[in-house]
Design a protein around this ligand. Sequence first.
Ligand SMILES: [Mg+2]
Length: 410
Amino acid sequence: MSPTIKQVRALVVRGGGGDYHDQGSGHWIDDHIASPMSRYPEYRQSRQSFGINVLGTLVVEIEASDGTVGFAVTTGGEPAAYIVEKHLARFLEGRDPKNYELIWDQMYFATQYYGRKGLVLNAISGVDLALWDLLGKIRGEPVYHLLGGQVRSEQPFYATGSRPDLAKELGFIGGKLPLHHGPAEGEAGLEQNLAELAEMRSRVGDDFWLMLDCWMSLDLNYAIRLAQQAQKYRLKWIEEALSPDDYWGYAELKKAVPVGLLVTTGEHEATRWGFRMLLEMECCDIIQPDVGWCGGLTELLKISALAESRGVFGRSARLGSVQLPFRNNPPLQPILGIPDDGTQGRPGGADVYSAAARRARTGRRPAQAAGSPGLRRPPQPRLRNASSPYPLGRAPTAIRVARGRPLAGK
Ligand SMILES: [Mg+2]
């Protein structure tokens, strides 16, 4: 008899992990990077100042009746853990893990009245990815065997970070720079953005890819001017220039950029319906679904099919070793977490991912490597609300949101 799902567990980790913005001070990822909040001077220098790392990492574990444990990592922290345990788990426990399409459908439509994108889709993605991990383990095969098998023997990677020149030395095919200055910093900011790109082009030579990640920070006019002026530095693509809700702006931007310069977006988009908007409105040349946010692997396969049918390139973003290829599209994969000194190239969240793997194998707290975020219980609960309903620290290695506990005051 094939195993059924015995229990779904949600855990939360602080520091690095699946939430790659949750870094210590001084990391390039928090160094005056342009954001939608850059219009407010007090939130311009640091994205952590407006709470970019407030949620932290969500770890989902799914245990089958034969003791096999599948797991996955994404973002969403305590609120996502709450959704997983209080709402989503009911659609898995006691069920056959092979029925992942039915499970996904019920998770999505049961949360539709408060979900559809964002945090809820982070949670659904985490559950879905843990389910695929469980299925692969039960069948004794890597997940790509369940997706149609091998389609290529090599996987090129580009690196995201402040030092594409070091990424080139490490063997990456390109480097993606964070944009540092938004429209509120005026012409001087625009000049600085272009000067940084020019400097990096002079360091890496003509053939190395350079891209700019604008993290939803620009308006249409600024994005067009940036793209036009960046062409002389052979900018490969301009990423997520506008608000993810501004489909009309992206359609305009794609028409306005110089020939050969690509428009990319979709990192903060979710589900087949969101990507259908991007594709049918011809918003971009490359869609960038994040497998940890777009709805998980089950949904990514549908998004991938939509993109392939329209000839739009795809790439699934990051999250530890969950690098899942679009099967027939050009295999572009980003690696995050390249430190400023370029001494190592490893996926963002690699530490927590391997810690979670050890935990899934042994059921025990993993030994902590020095400096590793690992799965751990924070020394103090990080929730600021002292009357929080969440019973923190129940599990020895991480925060666990327990089901069935009454809300505080009720
Ligand atoms: Mg991005």
